[in-house]
Design a protein around this ligand. Structure first.
Ligand code: BEZ
Ligand code: FE
Length: 284
């Protein structure tokens, strides 16, 4: 009769991983085996108590219960634990000079109106006006025609339109712009403000217990696509913001911090110029 290894504290990892069937997909096998190993090592390292295990189950249950089409508390958990940025960093190791990615966030909405260059996306008339200009280039510095820039930001009170339906006009501070042969983009929005991530759920409570604040530094979101290039999911951050070094979701990269300027002291509109550099699409 084959020897049966019953589960013990000492052999827990092997006992669980040995159950995987012969036909298990190799990548699934690799990921699950490592997950079980790290999970068991973690439980052993901290000596997880029964009460702590119950608290963890309760936390995860409440996190799941808050998820629906509008709210994704699990992604927020991943964001605040730095996992989203780590997965993105591994997936998008770009050559020097290429624009870096950052977190996508929960506030993008498909179907924002495509607008002519120069249009204003601020529909509520609030906030400090800002003109956003620059080019979309390839790695060799050539302008890219047909690059689609989907942009979105919060309003002057720190809320996205979808967080305040009825209070903000639909598509407030959102728009899509497509570059011509010069690769240039040009639109008017507002100088965004810093805001707290949704912190009324389990993730917010976790941050509070850890002595962490929920704030993100002010930023403008960009999703840039082009038929022959890898998409860029990024932001530009407002230089000087108080939260640049303590972003609740670890999204800040130095190269994405931009200066907001006024051409003359009397100007009412800020100006930001930033070039995006795309990498040729991979064949895989
Ligand atoms: C955002 O920038 O919109 C965002 C990113 C991650 C979590 C919450 C909000
Ligand atoms: Fe945001």
């Amino acid at each position: 009769m084959p020897r049966i290894d019953y589960f013990t504290e000492a052999n827990s990892v092997e006992a669980v991983n040995a159950r995987m069937g012969e036909a298990t997909d190799p990548r699934l096998r690799e990921v699950m085996a490592a997950l079980v190993r790290h999970l068991h090592d973690f439980v052993k390292e901290v000596g997880l108590t029964q009460r702590e295990w119950e608290a963890a189950i309760d936390f995860l249950t409440r996190t799941g219960q808050l998820c629906d089409a509008e709210r994704q508390e699990f992604i927020l958990l991943s964001d605040t634990l730095g996992v989203s940025m780590l997965v993105d960093a591994i997936a998008h190791r770009r050559p020097a000079g290429a624009t870096e990615n950052t977190v996508f966030g929960p506030f993008h909405v498909d179907g924002a109106p495509e607008l002519p260059m120069g249009s204003c996306i601020s529909l509520d008339g609030k906030g400090e006006s800002c003109r956003y200009t620059g080019r979309v280039l390839d790695l060799e510095g050539r302008p890219l025609a047909g690059a689609r820039l989907d942009v979105w930001s919060d309003n002057s009170e720190g809320f996205y339109d979808v967080q305040q339906p009825g209070r903000q006009p639909k598509w407030n501070n959102r728009g899509v712009f497509v570059t011509g042969p010069d690769g240039r983009y040009d639109f008017v929005g507002i100088k965004p403000v810093s805001y707290p991530i949704p912190d009324d759920g389990p993730v917010g409570k976790m941050l509070a217990r850890l002595g962490r604040h929920p704030w993100r530094p002010a930023h403008m979101h960009f999703l840039i696509t082009h038929p022959d290039h890898e998409r860029i999911v990024t932001h530009t951050f407002v230089s000087g913001d108080d939260y640049l070094t303590s972003d609740a979701v670890f999204g800040v990269k130095e190269a994405l911090i931009v200066d907001y300027r006024k051409a003359t002291a009397g100007d009412t509109t800020w100006q930001v110029d930033f070039d995006f550099v795309m990498v040729g699409a991979r064949d895989d």
